[in-house]
Write a protein that binds this ligand. Structure first.
Ligand SMILES: CC(C)(COP(=O)(O)OP(=O)(O)OC[C@H]1O[C@@H](n2cnc3c(N)ncnc32)[C@H](O)[C@@H]1OP(=O)(O)O)[C@@H](O)C(=O)NCCC(=O)NCCS
Length: 204
């Protein structure tokens, strides 16, 4: 277990991004309950106990453990009061050499859609994930008809790479997804990976 990765507390004054603690459970439940219908069509189906305190006690402990192991960074987006949850940002499947990548997923409370708030959140979170885990690639995939998400990723510089058939079980159905990714053009090897990387691209 790597317990030396600093816990994130990212803010631009208009929102705060961090891991949740058990004190945040009422706010997390309020967020998911209020947005159950709005998020249902774009997310995997939730387990029956998802909307319970006991589920989130377990999930918050797991999120911290996975963060310390550099596996996932499952973060919440808070209002500047640091108490009201308005969204989540999940960096999952973090992997090291030779991929150095992860997958990004996100959701915002429906009341907040269309105000550029997820863009502001990602402007904080993406540079942080690249730097903290020394990543080269962040992938993000969306349903073909999720134009708002497509536009958001485009604005963040993600490039469309293709389409995967029956890619994820969304709302109980296998759904095609558009695959996009952002890569770090100035990525530098660190520590033990340094001797394994040629300085010039394509050199064998
Ligand atoms: C996707 C989501 C995070 C976007 O966050 P947001 O803060 O609303 O994003 P923005 O306000 O920056 O809007 C994104 C862009 O979509 C555009 N947009 C808004 N409504 C739209 C619509 N109905 N159709 C197409 N584009 C739309 C906006 O105009 C904006 O583009 P612009 O800045 O060029 O004008 C948010 O809508 C959400 O949580 N949706 C439900 C969950 C979800 O879809 N998650 C992603 C799964 S891949």
């Amino acid at each position: 277990m790597n317990s030396i990765i600093p816990l994130p507390y990212l803010t631009d004054g208009s929102l705060i991004i961090r891991l949740a603690t058990s004190d945040d459970i009422p706010a997390i439940l309020a967020f998911f309950t209020a947005n159950r219908e709005a998020l249902g069509p774009v997310e995997p189906r939730r387990p029956d106990n998802f909307y319970t305190v006991s589920f989130w006690e377990m999930r918050i402990a797991l999120n911290l453990s996975h963060y310390e192991q550099a596996r996932n960074a499952c973060l919440f987006v808070f209002e500047p009061n640091d108490q009201t949850v308005i969204g989540d940002i999940n960096f999952t499947n973090i992997s090291g050499y030779p991929h150095h990548g992860c997958t990004l997923g996100y959701a915002l409370a429906q009341t907040q859609w269309g105000h550029g708030r997820m863009q502001r959140a990602l402007q904080l979170a993406i540079p942080w994930i690249f730097a903290t885990f020394n990543l080269h690639r962040v992938a993000a995939n969306h349903l073909p008809d999720n134009e708002r998400s497509a536009r958001l990723l485009q604005k963040m510089g993600f490039q469309r790479e293709g389409m995967a058939r029956d890619y994820l079980l969304i709302d109980g159905f296998w759904r095609d997804h558009i695959l996009t990714a952002l890569t770090h053009s100035d990525w530098q090897a660190r520590d033990h990976t340094a001797p394994l990387v040629h300085k010039q691209r394509g050199k064998h």
